[in-house]
Design a protein around this ligand. Structure first.
Ligand code: NI
Length: 173
């Protein structure tokens, strides 16, 4: 992987989006470089979260930034993130995904989570998150297990979105 090349964000039905990503054994310069390039691709999209499988890399790496346009960037870099606690309380919120462009749906998830991970220096950390950050972290960690937000929907809604995406691809080609 060349250090300056812009990462391409893969879209459904790229097979890697349905695969389980591998744990990172050591947080080294290669992982740090990957995270910086994922952030660049995410900001360019633009999006608020990106998981390594979405750029064709089957490793457990996620980047997130919920800062608004008029706020300074606030990137979070997560290696081997894991939900270690989830609230019984759930919430429903609209989700989209850079790998399913133009598609949105309401998804039910735990309202709050605690996520354990390694930071970009390999130090263990934990985030307690609620609201949008909790939703975003759960969505991105799902990607590491080959799960898309459409997998949380009824078959009817999921197939509707997949049909719309297929049509979009046909119209584009
Ligand atoms: Ni996504």
């Amino acid at each position: 992987m060349n250090g300056t090349e812009t990462l391409l964000i893969l879209e459904v039905p790229a097979p890697i989006l349905k695969a389980k990503a591998e744990r990172v054994a050591a947080v080294d310069d290669g992982v740090r470089d990957l995270m910086e390039r994922m952030l660049a691709a995410m900001y360019a999209a633009p999006g608020i979260g990106l998981a390594a499988p979405q750029v064709g890399v089957g490793r457990r790496v996620v980047v997130v930034d919920l800062a608004k346009e008029d706020e300074p960037p606030a990137p979070i870099r997560l290696v081997n993130p894991e939900v270690v606690w989830r609230s019984d309380e759930e919430s429903i919120g609209e989700e989209g995904c850079l790998s399913l462009p133009g598609q949105y749906a309401d998804v039910r998830r735990p309202e709050s989570v605690r996520v354990a991970y390694l930071d970009e220096h390999g130090s263990p950390r934990e985030i307690a998150a609620g609201g949008l950050l909790a939703r975003c972290l759960q969505h991105e960690i799902d990607h590491l297990d080959g799960i898309l937000f459409t997998d949380h929907l009824s078959a009817l809604k999921r197939n509707m979105i997949l049909r719309k995406l297929a049509k979009r691809r046909r119209d584009r080609d």
